[in-house]
Design a protein around this ligand. Structure first.
Ligand SMILES: Nc1ncnc2c1ncn2[C@@H]1O[C@H](COP(=O)(O)OP(=O)(O)O)[C@@H](O)[C@H]1O
Ligand SMILES: [Mg+2]
Length: 211
């Protein structure tokens, strides 16, 4: 059985809480225009950055195969990242001739190597064959300014307890737990510092304990 974080993983952008409508429009446009500019998603943990990257992957291809999306991590070395991208570009894809999506999570962890990405982004080979999404639990000033200036930047933030409670109330009702009040869910969100993932896990535990 899937746990709640798996089961209630957002499947399209309308299920993501954006800090404002402008950010949602920017991401929507980035996906629908299949933009060549990298998308840089910044924000604390559990604000939907990885979910957006996965939704983008599924939305950008008429027939999406998970092998079209390469997920990498900034804790890796630059050499390893570049060689994995190169290998990915040479693997056969059923979406022949379509650019591949390369997601680099924890981009901030590249530290002083972030600037190397400026040349990677600008290399013709990658411009022609890749869409890039970078995600980071960081603020804009922690990311190399030359990289930032080449990216479409979207800043994610934690939703308010009220927004989380509204969403979790639907989940509670779906799980025959409509006895849990919205106020209880708001309190649960506040106790978990408005970390959506942690609040969802806490709700799952409390339903499990109750049943
Ligand atoms: N902005 C959001 N809107 C809706 N659900 C969210 C949001 N942020 C996080 N979640 C929930 O938390 C889980 C983890 O989010 P994730 O995308 O991995 O966050 P991040 O990559 O920012 O750490 C998701 O599966 C989803 O259930
Ligand atoms: Mg993430």
């Amino acid at each position: 059985m899937k746990n709640f974080t798996e089961k209630y993983k957002p499947k399209n952008l309308s299920e993501i809480n954006f800090p404002d409508s402008e950010s949602e429009e920017i991401v929507n446009h980035w996906i629908s225009s299949k933009s060549s500019d990298p998308l840089l998603l910044l924000g604390p943990p559990a604000t939907g950055k990885t979910s957006i990257a996965d939704i983008a992957g599924a939305a950008m291809y008429a027939d999406f195969y998970e092998t079209d999306q390469l997920n990498l991590c900034g804790t890796d070395t630059i050499n390893s990242i570049v060689s994995q991208i190169d290998k990915h570009l040479t693997t056969m894809s059923l979406n022949f001739g379509v650019k591949k999506l390369v997601v680099i999570n924890e981009f901030y962890e590249l530290k002083d190597k972030q600037s190397k990405f400026r040349t990677i982004i600008e290399k013709e080979l990658y411009k022609k064959n890749c869409h890039f999404i970078f995600t980071a639990n960081a603020v804009e000033k922690d990311i190399d300014s030359a990289v930032v200036s080449r990216c479409i930047v979207v800043k994610m933030s934690r939703p308010s307890p009220c927004v989380i409670a509204t969403q979790l109330h639907e989940i509670a009702c779906e799980n025959e737990a409509d006895y849990i009040s919205k106020q209880d869910l708001e309190n649960l969100a506040s106790e978990n510092h408005c970390d959506y993932r942690k609040t969802l896990q806490a709700l799952e535990r409390s339903l499990h304990n109750y049943s």
